[in-house]
Write a protein that binds this ligand. Structure first.
Ligand code: C2E
Ligand code: MG
Ligand code: MG
Length: 699
């Protein structure tokens, strides 16, 4: 079978053995072909009957050297190692009467070896015998070298490299890819993974996403997915890939690289976990709460729905923590966390802000009534007794709720308002829930204003101390004075301690204020002594926060030292509720104070919820009966009984008992009758400036 091209070739002269004339243009055409066009015999030497001018460039021999084996035969030019392969390939093609294509090396005239590519075909007689072989030989050394280089890159790359078909098979994979996917060799990988979509990706839709993105952008980078390894293990990979298209614009194949990013993902996840979740309970932490709330608000805003933010604070968690230990406290917090989670839906958020404060984001709420339902459930869940090896523990919670959009348009406002509502709930007797209201709002802004004024007052020394005499009932002598803080707000006048002390306690400002009070009281006490007045006890009110935050003993020592006042003339008034808290630490602090000679009084006695056992444990010197019990005696028989009982109790424990708020002669007489030791009240003297009290004290 011959082609028309071979027919034409046979007519080429003058080297054409047939002697046919060769048109000049054809010689030029053949000369311009990159490579050597030839016609040879199918013999041992591949005896050349025709070669084009390209011969010289390809082999380094002139055409005349090669024609009819003039100087060298083509068999000799073929690299010795490749001769056999060339012959076998050619013979087989001839036997099968088809074209052959073959790559092999030749040795040029200058001894250099080059890679060539040959494409040829047998020319047959009518009776089927081979008359000649015709074809083209080209130098492909450069391509071979590049191929070799790329092959090495491909084989030795650390990244996995692949070529895959659109229907999800592998055309090629390098050893690194096999290794990443857990196969022994690229061949095994190619043979095993016949459906990338389902066999490789953990989430099969990743393959569609991959194809969609490649189609859209032509390529993708950093495409991260989870995939299965051969042994079923799941790893994270990152792919860079592009599509190669055919002329019709259809995807021929995808090619790209794969990196195993499992380590990085694990690390990221750990960092994220630490950054966003509370270690103890696994709940969202403050920063994640903020993020989620902002997102939730954006969703609610765009869909016109409501959401609720609820602050949940455990009542008297501190008591559990202090009396049963931190481990039990931690367990309790974990238990509460899981109960809270069980109360809300999947798409709501439960966060812990630290301590015993939790926050819920309740998404897509119909209105306040629906929210109230959830809150009641939360409250009931927490109130369920918690059965432990230490016995049953009961905790209740105070919950404050703010609703978007009614109570705030942004995350900080909603959180602040829910927090304020929670404080309100605590104030009104714990174990209840409180929704944010306009009234609360007004109160908050007033308090905010007050707080900033209070801070300024401390800097500008707008505080003064007033003193209220404490009188020994039996003798009528002034035996002491209680220091009571007064705040003179310019352009406003005095502000009641009841209005700013609770706020200062909440914000912590009470700590520096209290320090000032202690110093000032000691200074005044010393001044009275220096002025020659008889010694008397100066009582100073100390708030719980000062015990917890300040190094109270240090502050007291400082105040005594800088004033030169005698510690035995100083008394600290603690409230009953304080005495109940913080048991171990409080006892230690009290012991240290006692060593300074400082006396301790329990203020507002009778108003706390406490058991009385602490009176035996703590080194208390005086009990101050709260004014609320005194104001209705002797008329109210219940109060009269209580006052009498307190005096008896105090005396039994070896304590002195003081009655506060004595305003009338009847009260005085009743108290004297009860054998109450001391009294304080308007009847004996209102709180007054130091100068005014000096007048009273002068004999
Ligand atoms: P408290 O320690 O129980 O002080 C007694 C309060 O009763 C004082 O109110 C005093 O003015 C008032 N009072 C005294 N006798 C009578 C009376 O016969 N009738 C009536 N109706 N009231 C009487 P004040 O000065 O307004 O202080 C209120 C509370 O503020 C104090 O209660 C105390 O808990 C707190 N406080 C005052 N100064 C300080 C301070 O320097 N530090 C701390 N942490 N708290 C203070
Ligand atoms: Mg007091
Ligand atoms: Mg009091």
């Amino acid at each position: 079978m011959t082609t028309s091209a071979t027919n034409t070739l046979r007519t080429i002269g003058p080297r054409n053995p047939s002697g046919d004339p060769e048109p000049h243009w054809l010689a030029t055409l053949l000369g311009n072909i990159d490579g050597m066009v030839y016609r040879c015999r199918n013999d041992h030497e591949w005896t050349m009957e025709f070669v084009s001018d390209g011969c010289t460039r390809l082999t380094g021999y002139a055409p005349s050297d090669l024609l009819f084996n003039g100087r060298v035969s083509f068999q000799q030019i073929i690299h010795p190692d490749d001769r056999r392969r060339v012959r076998e390939a050619t013979e087989q093609a001839i036997a099968e009467r088809r074209r052959f294509e073959i790559e092999y090396r030749i040795v040029r005239a200058d001894g250099q070896s080059r890679w060539v590519w040959e494409r040829g075909i047998g020319v047959f007689d009518r009776d089927g015998t081979v008359r000649a072989i015709e074809g083209l030989i080209q130098d492909i050394t450069a391509r071979k070298e590049a191929e070799r280089r790329y092959r090495s890159l491909f084989d030795n790359a650390i990244e996995g490299i692949f070529r895959t078909t659109a229907d999800g098979r592998y055309l090629e994979a390098n050893p690194a890819l096999a290794q990443i996917y857990g196969f022994d060799s690229p061949e095994e990988l190619i043979a095993t993974l016949r459906d990338i979509r389902r066999q490789l990706y953990v989430d099969p839709t990743r393959r569609e996403e991959f194809m969609r993105l490649v189609k859209m952008h032509g390529s993708i980078t950093g495409f991260e997915s989870q995939v299965y390894r051969k042994n079923g293990e799941i790893i994270w990979i990152s792919e860079n890939a592009r599509a190669v298209f055919d002329d019709a614009g259809e995807v021929l194949y995808y090619e790209g690289t794969v990196e195993d990013i499992t380590e990085r993902k694990l690390y990221q996840a750990r960092i994220e976990q630490q950054a966003n979740f509370d270690m103890l309970t696994g709940l969202a932490n403050r920063s994640l709460l903020q993020e989620r709330l902002e997102r939730a608000i954006a969703v609610a805003a765009s869909q016109g729905t409501r959401l609720a933010v609820a602050f949940v604070d455990l009542d008297r968690f501190k008591l559990v923590n202090d009396s049963l230990g931190h481990q039990v406290g931690d367990e309790l917090l974990k238990e509460v966390a899981s109960r809270l989670r069980a109360c809300v839906r999947e798409f709501d958020t439960v966060a812990r802000l630290g301590g015993d404060e939790f926050v819920l984001i309740l998404n897509a709420q119909a209105g306040p009534e629906a929210v109230r339902g959830v809150i009641e459930r939360v409250s009931a869940a927490i109130a369920q007794p918690w059965i432990t090896e230490w016995g049953e523990i009961h905790v209740t919670s105070s919950i404050g709720v703010a609703i978007y959009p009614e109570d705030g348009a942004d995350a900080p406002t909603l959180l602040r308002h829910a927090d304020a509502a929670m404080y309100r709930a605590k104030d009104s007797g714990r174990s209840n829930a409180q929704f944010f209201t306009d009234e609360l709002n007004a109160m908050m802004s007033e308090r905010l204003e007050l707080d900033s004024k209070l801070r300024r007052a401390l800097e500008r020394r707008q505080f003064v101390l007033h003193f209220q005499p404490c009188v020994e009932l039996r003798t009528g002598r002034i035996v002491g004075a209680e220091a009571l803080i007064r705040w003179n707000l310019p352009d406003h006048g005095p502000v009641e301690p009841q209005r700013f002390i609770p706020l200062a306690e909440e914000t912590g400002l009470i700590v520096p204020i209290g320090r000032w009070v202690l110093h000032e009281a000691c200074r005044q006490g010393k001044a009275w002594l220096d002025a020659g007045l008889p010694p008397m006890t100066i009582s100073v009110n100390v708030s719980p926060r000062q015990f917890r935050q300040d190094n109270l003993v240090r502050t007291v020592v400082d105040a005594l030292q800088s004033s030169g006042f005698d510690g035995r003339l100083l008394e600290l008034e603690l409230t009953e509720n304080l005495v109940m808290l913080d048991a171990p630490q409080l006892l230690a602090t009290m012991d240290e104070l006692k060593q300074l000679g400082v006396r301790i009084a329990v203020d507002d006695f009778g108003t706390g919820y406490s058991s009385l056992s602490y009176l035996k444990r703590f080194p208390v010197d005086r009990l101050k009966i709260d004014r609320s019990f005194v104001q209705d005696v002797p008329g109210d028989p219940d109060d009269a009984t209580i006052v009498r009982a307190i005096v008896a109790l105090g005396h039994n424990l070896g304590l002195r008992v003081v009655a506060e708020g004595v305003e009338t002669e009847e009260q005085r007489r009743f108290l004297l009758d009860c054998a109450c030791d001391e009294v304080q009240g308007y009847f004996f003297g209102r709180p007054a400036t130091a100068a005014e009290l000096t007048q009273l004290l002068r004999p």
